[in-house]
Design a protein around this ligand. Structure first.
Ligand SMILES: Cc1cc2nc3c(=O)[nH]c(=O)nc-3n(C[C@H](O)[C@H](O)[C@H](O)COP(=O)(O)OP(=O)(O)OC[C@H]3O[C@@H](n4cnc5c(N)ncnc54)[C@H](O)[C@@H]3O)c2cc1C
Length: 418
């Protein structure tokens, strides 16, 4: 890190005794007339990419353009699940690198991202789900990922409140158990990357919207923003739920539908739930935060929309299904629910890499599972931009796979268990 105050117990003491203000995490700048790289979207992907461009490749003439405030999109609305037990070899290897980066992220960024590896459990309620769990476990093991199928006895030991009896409406036959999975503090990750990028000299422009992308002779030449034109030869699209609209500004069509995803949180209670628990059959998952709230999520709403309003239908279905798993929490009260936008691809895998427009790079298609991918996506996209070649880890996720029919089918591991 080049210029920033290090956070430490000593720094805390010094600030406390001296009654000094802490320096701003993100400095304010007027937009420059040009940057080497312009990143559209100040979510975790845009900020991580900016950080790794600067930290790993010394490319600091970078602007992150965010139309609202950093983390205002999916990055501040997700349920913060991190795991790597995906179904395809390409997906599992990719997400495994992210888990490894997350494990060292607090130290790298000197920012407590509160990563709690409490384990991730995906329940199987029927034979076909159980078969998929075995399949995932075998693929995972070939990638060195800690992942195995466990039975109802072990499930009950890990989650004593779970109804594993044969009388349950959807009896639990087994589960995919992934000890390194867990939850993280999403806003801390966003602010940690923002602080790191800012310290390296990256300009983060909040309240600044990109309204157009200039393309001349098939190559990017700049972006139009609500604060003026910025010349650049490289634009990275990190706008998730808005990514097809932004790509269209450069004349690039993405196979993406934007769909809302809702989540909800209860009042805090004493800790009783260790792992993250997912049921694909019941379309629900639950984890308990460090503060004691239960966080619930589900699958995306069954329609395309840019609305982030919650619905009563979601809450009713959620409550019904959660109580089938854990009848003992019937008296808990929901505090609030919210929604975010998800950029869904046909194969439930992301799109990363170059496009037909020279200098227009995409890091999109993050659907309901992209928060956990931010470190590896940022690292790899930064490498792609710095070297001009596609790193092997992200080569399977290119945009042209939809033309060539080389899909990366991740639906079996990504539809509900984000
Ligand atoms: C309820 C919910 C639960 C989820 N749970 C999980 C989970 O448990 N684990 C997981 O891994 N993932 C999860 N996700 C998915 C995850 O949140 C996203 O995939 C991830 O945050 C995408 O990050 P991003 O930085 O690409 O996009 P975002 O964080 O959405 O950032 C995109 C930014 O682009 C900005 N923008 C858009 N258009 C423009 C423009 N024209 N000019 C300037 N700025 C623009 C937006 O304001 C936004 O801030 C969940 C999502 C939701 C909604």
């Amino acid at each position: 890190m080049t210029r920033r105050t290090r956070y430490s117990a000593l720094a805390l003491l010094r600030h406390g005794l001296g009654r000094q203000d802490w320096p701003r995490v993100v400095d304010h700048h007027e937009p420059a007339r040009s940057y080497q790289v312009v990143i559209i979207g100040g979510g975790v992907h845009g900020l991580a990419t900016a950080y790794y461009l600067a930290a790993n490749h010394g490319i600091t003439d970078v602007a992150v353009i965010e139309k609202s405030y950093i983390g205002s999109g999916g990055s501040g609305r997700n349920t913060a699940i991190v795991r790597s037990n995906y179904l395809t070899p390409e997906g599992a290897s990719f997400y495994q690198r992210s888990v490894e980066l997350y494990e060292g992220l607090a130290a790298e960024l000197n920012f407590n991202v509160m990563f709690e590896q409490r384990g991730h459990m995906t329940l199987a309620h029927n034979d076909s789900s159980l078969r998929t769990m075995h399949w995932r476990a075998e693929v995972n093991k070939t990638r060195g990922i800690d992942s195995s199928v466990i039975g109802p006895g072990e499930i009950k030991r890990l989650v004593p409140f779970m109804d594993v009896s044969a009388n349950a409406r959807y009896p639990i036959l087994g589960a995919l158990w992934h000890p390194p999975g867990g939850i993280i503090r999403h806003d801390a990750v966003v602010w940690g990357y923002a602080r790191g990028a800012n310290a390296h000299g990256v300009h983060i422009h909040q309240d600044t919207e990109v309204t157009g992308i200039d393309v001349t002779n098939g190559a990017v030449t700049g972006v139009e923003t609500t604060r003026g034109r910025i010349a650049t030869g490289t634009v990275i699209n990190c706008t998730a739920g808005w990514s097809s609209l932004v790509a269209a500004m450069a004349g690039v069509r993405l196979p993406i539908l934007t769909r809302p995803l809702q989540a909800a949180v209860t009042e805090p209670v004493k800790h009783f739930l260790g792992p993250v628990v997912v049921s694909g059959t019941l379309h629900v998952y639950v984890s308990q935060t460090a503060r004691g709230e239960l966080v619930f999520g589900a699958s995306v709403d069954p329609f395309a929309s840019y609305s982030t309003r919650g619905s009563l239908e979601f809450t009713e279905n959620l409550a019904k299904h959660v109580l089938e798993l854990m009848p003992a929490i019937a008296k808990m009260r929901l505090l609030r629910q919210w929604a975010g936008l998800c950029d869904m691809t046909p194969d439930f895998a992301p799109i990363m890499g170059f496009t037909a427009v020279d200098g227009f790079v995409v890091d999109v298609g993050w659907g309901t599972y992209g928060f956990k991918a931010a470190p590896v996506a940022g690292e790899q996209i930064a490498r792609l931009v710095a070297t001009g070649s596609v790193p092997p880890l992200i080569a399977p996720f290119s945009l042209d796979r939809f033309e060539n029919g080389r899909l990366v089918g991740e639906k079996g591991a990504a539809a509900v268990g984000h």
